[in-house]
Unconditional design. Structure first.
Lengths: 411, 157
């Protein structure tokens, strides 16, 4: 059964160098099981593929560490918890390209010596479950999953587990806690999941998009993959584009594309600012639209939210800070208290009741949170606070101080 | 709860535990199954889960309280979750809020008197290109306008 939802760009109109390029079902698995683990690792290393979940850790290194860990069981976990505001590319992949994601998991399993793959699917995507289960059943029938895949002695199967509505569970150690039946509270790292992951076994946690790139790399080669993109940001990236533009949706673009080029492509006009990387990302003002998307300049998990001239940036910031206050797991103080203080600060500015001295104190607090928080949530939640107050200080402080805040457009 | 109801619930939970396994890692799937059927996980169900998985009831409660999709108190038969995050906000989410609240006569965070609908806000549900968006139980609705949103809610049982 297909879901009732449509994507805003239909499949036949979607083009892209890697993920949206033609692919024949099963091809990569057939090729993989004829090769040695080392050959697969070499190809992934050669491609320069980095994690698409946001952190950008080299995939080959993660796989190599998991492969090298000594244990009688290993796991591969597909992180489908996609919860960063403005991100929906993993949903599109799971809806329309499940073969790429699942085959990527099989290939990873083969390479690191895992027998089991688990997809952690966010509860909000439960409507995809039936379709994905059917797809897995079909793979089992065709012997792409299960005992002795394609007549080899490699056995591997995939199960799907649902989340229950917690953004922080996208953080890999929180995700593992959740899978083990606990509150989704991030762990201290080290130890890393590659050594001590699910149930204490070596585990490779990979993003949906990272896994989806793997079958293409295996069939066409690492050197083909790195023809796209830049030196340090090889290949392509999916961007989830929303906000003020004519054609929102998921776009596959080579790394190194500039903000200007992207805005042109999606039909954005009178753009004042672009939030890259979601609520945890940074806000780029017009004067910097020539900057490029990629690890060299603006690394991102792919969320792009566009704001035109009519938007009030303080209102945007408030929405982000409310998000973090709700989603902080509350385990460590800098994040639990810090986000509340930053939100209160935004509300003070909104009411016109603040001193610059106190705002500066809050900026210092933000910087402390970046270093003192236990996980990426608290480490990155001050990013939008700092970048929006810095880049839009004229708008925010002039309009509020002089006119008072009216809850509407900030111009 | 009546004794027969308790017995039926115990039996049901035993069924889930047999299906998902008697390990701690089955806790979430078991709780999700109970939640799906009863729309919340009552005290007795929590005790039964704890007994069958051999963990402390407080552990079960602490897990339920962590996740926004799990409830330990009764909710309406249908849960409506409207996205409050920025892209939907910019797509006029507040108009939808006004229309729904007016139509149902309750605020977000509340349940209708006839127990038909609970209104909640949720964070980004991955439909940002088609906002405003909401989830009703497990079905997603996109590109809402006030009339469309209200009609959807008036149709559910
Ligand atoms: C608060 C928080 C939320 C995260 N959410 C996700 C997510 O939804 N999906 C994801 O793939 N990675 C997410 N990550 C990153 C993961 O911790 C991890 O780095 C990633 O799954 C690794 O896969 P990759 O190397 O393929 O990118 C999140 C990190 C943090 C700190
Ligand atoms: S930084 Fe925030 S989300 Fe992360 S562990 Fe601390 S309180 Fe929890
Ligand atoms: S912002 Fe509403 S679905 Fe993403």
């Amino acid at each position: 059964m297909k879901t009732h939802l449509e994507n805003s760009i239909i499949k036949t109109e979607r083009t892209g160098p890697v993920l949206f390029s033609p692919y024949k079902k099963g091809e990569a698995i057939k090729k993989t099981v004829k090769q040695k683990r080392e050959d697969i690792l070499f190809e992934i290393k050669d491609s320069g593929l980095k994690g698409r979940g946001g952190a950008g850790f080299p995939t080959s290194t993660k796989w190599m560490l998991t492969a090298a860990a000594k244990a009688d069981k290993k796991f591969i976990v597909c992180n489908a918890d996609e919860g960063e505001p403005g991100t929906f590319k993993d949903r599109v992949l799971l809806m329309e390209y499940p073969q790429l994601v699942f085959e990527g998991m099989v290939i990873c399993g083969y390479t690191i010596g895992a027998q089991t793959g688990i997809v952690y699917l966010r509860a909000e995507y439960e409507y995809l479950l039936e379709q994905l289960e059917n797809y897995l059943a079909n793979m089992r029938e065709n012997n792409f999953l299960g005992e002795g895949i394609l007549g080899t002695d490699f056995s591997f199967d995939i199960s799907i587990r649902l989340g229950s509505g917690a953004y922080v569970c996208g953080e890999e150690t929180a995700l593992i806690e959740s899978l083990e039946g606990h509150r989704g509270e991030p762990r201290n790292r080290p130890p890393f999941p590659v050594n001590t992951g699910y149930m204490g076994y070596p585990t490779s946690v990979n993003n949906v998009e990272t896994l989806a790139a793997v079958p293409h790399i295996i069939t066409k080669g690492g050197s083909w993959f790195k023809k796209f993109g830049t030196d340090r940001s090889t290949g392509s990236k999916l961007f989830s584009v929303s906000g003020d533009c004519e054609k929102p949706g998921v776009y596959e673009l080579p790394w190194g594309t500039s903000i200007n080029e992207l805005l042109e492509l999606v039909g954005a006009r009178n753009t004042k600012a672009v939030q890259v990387g979601g609520a945890s990302g940074i806000c780029i003002p017009k004067s910097q639209f020539d900057r490029k998307l990629g690890y060299e300049d603006i690394p991102t998990g792919g969320s792009v939210i566009i704001f035109n001239e009519s938007r009030n940036m303080l209102h945007v910031l408030k929405n982000f800070m409310e998000f973090f206050v709700e989603e902080s797991c509350g385990q460590c103080t800098p994040c639990r208290i810090g986000n509340i203080k930053l939100l209160e600060g935004v509300e003070m500015i909104e009411r016109g009741e603040f001193t610059f001295k106190y705002i500066n104190t809050l900026k210092e607090l933000g910087k402390t949170m970046q270093v003192a928080s236990k996980c990426g949530l608290g480490q990155s939640s001050p990013n939008s606070f700092l970048s929006i107050l810095e880049n839009f200080k004229d708008e925010i402080f002039h309009t509020t101080v002089i006119n008072g805040y009216n809850g509407k457009a900030g111009k | 709860m009546l004794v027969v109801e308790k017995n039926a619930l115990s039996e049901e939970i035993e069924g889930y535990v047999n299906k998902y396994g008697k390990d701690r890692s089955s806790l979430m799937p078991v709780l999700q199954a109970i939640q799906r059927k009863h729309s919340y996980i009552n005290d007795f169900a929590q005790q039964e889960v704890a007994r069958l998985l051999d963990i402390h009831p407080v552990e079960v409660f602490s897990v339920i309280s962590f996740y926004s999709f799990l409830h330990s108190k009764p909710t309406g038969r249908n849960i409506v979750r409207l996205c409050r995050t920025i892209s939907c906000d910019m797509a006029n989410k507040s108009k939808i809020v006004q229309a729904i609240e007016r139509e149902l006569g309750i605020k977000f965070g509340e349940t209708t008197k006839d127990n038909r609908i609970t209104l909640e806000f949720t964070n980004c549900i991955g439909m940002c290109d088609q906002g405003p968006a909401m989830i009703v139980n497990d079905r997603v609705y996109t590109k809402l306008d006030p009339e469309k949103a209200v009609n959807i809610l008036n149709e559910i049982k």
